[in-house]
Design a binder for this molecule. Structure first.
Ligand code: NAD
Length: 492
């Protein structure tokens, strides 16, 4: 069993209260690590370290190009430590190795490289204001110490998406991963030490949301909160930030629709739909958990989907032959099973799956079969609530207008998929769908260049892309008069 410390000011610490939280391996159901249960004094230590690094330390005063070079080194550190980091995340939250390690080595490391390159390109503008003899220009400036709060399903990915732009823009960071999966974030801190960042530039506190998380959000020296998690937690965090007039970025949940039109390549669509939810066992914010099928292809797509599901291998997430890994933690495992029972009670028809299973070699792990419900109606809870598990709700439509109406019949608006051979039709539908990301004949793609984020209750603000860096900056407008007497009634 491994006992972790938290990371502040470039040093590892035990929590002041002397308490730790158990972390479970979802493949075995056993405790494998202890995570510091940080509280207000620990958070205060980390935030003061971030404040000192920002105000006194070299970070904010450093030339932007030099800061960019350091952020680039964080990418190199990620590549060097990818295998070890991936192994810890797989152990801690059951994410498949094949979904982590190659990503850390390529497109997640690219996040650091991309924002490293942008560090010295945050240009302001010179504005021709309506005042004579006046130079007006804008600057993009960092906020200062920012809080980055992350969810348990992809701790490393979410952390990198936040800290790369935040640091490159000149902020300092205090990270707070989920109490259900903190180990990989603490290992990330150790890995990033390779880059020799000044102490206090990145810090990580762990523990419970309503203890460490709340103390962090409410700390007066924290100037912005970037949050990834559920709508309930997000609303609480946004409200707490608003009470202190702090801006927040909210990356929340979804109930994303996948639309299969009558003219789609049905094999491609069925594969895309299955891949859009089942490999992470539905534990992805953009999981395509509502399948909207044109009536004329309804049965054929489901037949193909059943074949794919029949051949899917559930098993240890470290095994490269595994298609579907475990549910990351016991409370989530129980919530998904309860949602499956509630879908049965409200009259949805169970086409396949629906049970907890024990794959060979993992008799005590938290595994749930890929599950498909048909005859789902829009008002059913199953069509509206985010299950965050391997549970697909199938609805049918008869024309494009109804398809768009069904797609938009949700409080969420994170992502949507459209499968059709008619590009013009797809583009027109993409315009009418309320979602932060629309995929046409593909699903699940994300790269550092393109912004991601939600409409409606899926959140606000964007991560990735140039927008993702702007979100970590504020605009200053500077007025320089070349004739200070102009317009001053007291000037001689
Ligand atoms: P959660 O909201 O329970 O917790 C998220 C984080 O917030 C955790 O670190 C938790 O400790 C912290 N937290 C909870 N209450 C807090 C409070 N009062 N103050 C400060 N911090 C607090 O979410 P979860 O169960 O960890 O993650 C699953 C959810 O995350 C799903 O809804 C999923 O869709 C969403 N998610 C969204 C994205 C995205 O980019 N949009 C990505 C991944 C996950």
């Amino acid at each position: 069993m491994k006992t972790y410390q938290f990371y502040a000011n470039g040093v590892w610490h035990d929590p002041a209260g002397g308490e730790w939280v158990d972390s479970y391996d979802p493949t075995t159901g056993e405790v494998w690590a202890a995570i510091p249960r940080c509280r207000e004094p620990d958070v205060d230590l980390a935030v003061h370290a971030a404040q000192a690094a920002f105000v006194e330390g070299p970070w904010s005063r450093m030339r932007a190009s030099a800061r960019g070079r350091l952020v680039h080194r964080l990418g190199d550190a990620l590549v060097t430590h990818a295998e070890a980091l991936g192994a810890v995340e797989t152990r801690d939250n059951g994410k498949r190795s094949v979904d982590i390690v190659p990503g850390l080595q390529s497109w997640l490391a690219d996040s650091f490289y991309y924002y490293a390159g942008l560090a010295d390109k945050l240009e302001g503008t010179a504005i021709p204001v309506d005042v004579p003899d006046m130079l007006n220009y804008t600057r993009r400036e960092p906020y200062g110490p920012v809080a980055c709060i992350t969810a348990w399903n992809s701790p490393l990915l979410i952390a990198v998406w936040k800290i790369a732009p935040a640091l490159a823009a000149g902020n300092t960071v205090v990270l707070k991963p989920s109490e259900h999966a903190s180990a990989s974030t603490l290992e990330l801190m150790a890995a990033l030490q390779d880059a020799d960042l000044p102490p206090g530039v990145v810090n990580a506190v762990t523990g419970l949301g309503d203890e460490a998380g709340q103390s962090l959000v409410e700390h007066p020296l924290i100037r912005l909160v970037s949050f990834t998690g559920g709508v309930g937690g997000g609303a609480r965090v946004a409200a707490a930030a608003a009470r202190q007039v702090k801006p927040s970025i909210m990356e929340l949940g979804g109930k994303s629709p996948q639309l299969v039109l009558a003219d789609a390549d049905l094999t491609l669509a069925a594969n895309g739909v299955a891949a859009g939810i089942f490999p992470p066992a539905g534990q992805s914010c953009i999981a395509g958990s509502r399948l909207l099928l044109h009536s004329s292809v309804h049965d054929e797509v489901l037949e193909k989907l059943l074949q794919i599901v029949d051949g899917a291998v559930l098993g240890a997430p470290a095994d490269p032959g595994t298609h579907i890994g475990p549910i990351a933690n016991r409370p989530q495992f129980e919530r998904i099973l309860a949602d499956i029972e509630s879908a049965k009670v409200e009259g949805a028809s169970l086409l396949c799956g629906g049970r907890a299973v024990s794959p060979p070699g993992a008799p005590h792990g938290w595994f749930i079969e890929p599950t498909v419900f048909t005859q789902v109606t829009p008002c059913m809870r199953l069509a509206r609530k985010e299950v965050f598990g391997p549970v697909l709700a199938v609805l049918r439509f008869d024309d494009d207008t109804e398809a768009v109406q069904l797609a938009n019949d949700s409080e969420f608006g994170l992502a949507a998929g459209i499968w059709t051979r008619d590009a013009a039709r797809a583009v027109s539908m993409a315009e009418r769908i309320n979602a932060g990301t629309v995929y046409i004949n593909n699903y699940f793609n994300a790269t550092t260049q393109s912004p991601v984020g939600g409409f409606r209750q899926s959140g606000y603000g964007r991560e990735n892309g140039i927008e993702g860096m702007r979100a970590f900056t504020q605009t200053k407008s500077v007025w320089l008069s070349t004739d200070p007497r102009q317009g001053n009634p007291f000037a001689a």
